[in-house]
Design a protein around this ligand. Sequence first.
Ligand SMILES: [Zn+2]
Length: 313
Amino acid sequence: MTTAIVHHPIYREHETGEGHPERPERYEVVMAALRGDEQLWPQLLEVQAGAATRGAVQACHTPQHYKTIERVVSEGTGYLDSDTIVSMRSMDAALTAAGGVCRAVDAVMKSEANNAFLPVRPPGHHATAERAMGFCLFNNVAIGARYAQTHPEIERVAIVDWDVHHGNGTQGIFYDDPSVFFFSMHQYPWYPGTGARGETGVGRGRGYTLNIPVRAATRAQEQRSMLDAALEEMSQRFKPDIIFISAGFDAHEADPLGQLLLTDEDFTLMTRAVKQWAASACQGRVISCLEGGYNLGTLGGTVRSHVRELMAE
Ligand SMILES: [Zn+2]
């Protein structure tokens, strides 16, 4: 398997201020862990991300939202919500995060790579069509999903969100859309408060959103069984042409922003399970995009386990 790592040094330049957990070092520890692995790194395909077009962003966000971020960033450091902070390079970083996901789609569709991982900052899954929230400016995975649908071979997209927080933004963007199946497994109740079992979509999208709430301190093995059951249920109802992972690693047992108990080994097994679905449904096409993960001491190792498994035969 060829796994692409699509990234850009600008992911480090989105400054969030002293003491903020979503900090530039997150990108640095992930890249150091990948580059420092002498077996893994030479086998990966490094691809440089470019900026998303305004049109690609506005396929998921209102023009007003785009303008608001542009304006706040141009004014210097500012708050988009109580914990979403931007600085001078944040617009470029956010556009390059979303653009990276589009580039990863192209890499997989042109068979440059079988799958891809992106260590993006800022993250995206809390960003709604209308606003930034929860450290997220533009919804990277949602923009990538819409972009993928511009390829003639891609009609149906599945998104697997295993971040410890519910992917409310992604859910909202596709809530009435039967062409994008959104699945989230997350600690519940927890930030941002959404993601109950009963949230399953509306209109033609009913049945194309699946939420698996997980209680704090649930045993890891039990949580993995919940994921396996959900993947089984989805694979019977939906055949995607490509699968995205909203890969938050804040459900790790060592993470300061969550209370779930997953280990590096659990993330490896979860990665394998998603790959198996992709192998049977869509020629193995998987685009995995970093969301949360805030323990700087463990994040690099966890991502390395994930990427090793993406690359495994
Ligand atoms: Zn999170």
